[in-house]
Write a protein that binds this ligand. Structure first.
Ligand code: FES
Length: 141
């Protein structure tokens, strides 16, 4: 097998693992390492290179706070801080300990006239402020 075959096969294995479990676990890295005879450190290098891969499980609900320009000028950075406070997320954490919520900052959600916008799962909320945010999050608990 060439390096390209191995790399393509590795990516496919990582995608399959993530599709099945929602993230690539240490167990999956060990399994893939043995299957491809590649060092685990190399696999972690691939996982951390591509933003599509996660090393931690996702929460049940994904909160996407838009950080596009229209939302930024409408206070989306403060919304990120407020989401983190309301969920009790520490620095460096993006998922609550109970795996209920995962926070993501994303580029334009495509509804700039509603800035600042937040998406939870497939539901979009516009003109979000702290009060509205608190009520929205409560409805997903
Ligand atoms: S910039 Fe936020 S929806 Fe477009």
């Amino acid at each position: 097998m060439t390096d390209i075959d191995i790399h393509g096969g590795l990516i496919k294995q990582l995608q399959d693992a993530q599709a099945k479990f929602g993230y690539v676990s240490q167990h999956e890295v060990k399994r893939i390492s043995k299957e491809f005879n590649i060092a685990e450190s190399e696999i972690y290098g691939v996982i951390t290179f591509y933003s599509q891969f996660r090393l931690k499980p996702l929460g049940k609900h994904t909160i996407k706070v838009c950080r596009g320009t229209a939302c930024h000028v409408s206070g989306s950075l403060e919304l990120v801080t407020e989401v983190r406070e309301l969920l009790g997320l520490l620095d460096g954490e993006d998922t609550t300990k109970d795996l209920r919520f995962t926070l993501e900052e994303v580029a334009c959600l495509g509804c700039c006239s509603l800035a600042p916008a937040v998406m939870i799962n497939k539901d979009v909320f516009g003109k979000v402020n702290r009060d509205k945010l608190s009520k929205i999050l409560e409805s997903y608990k």
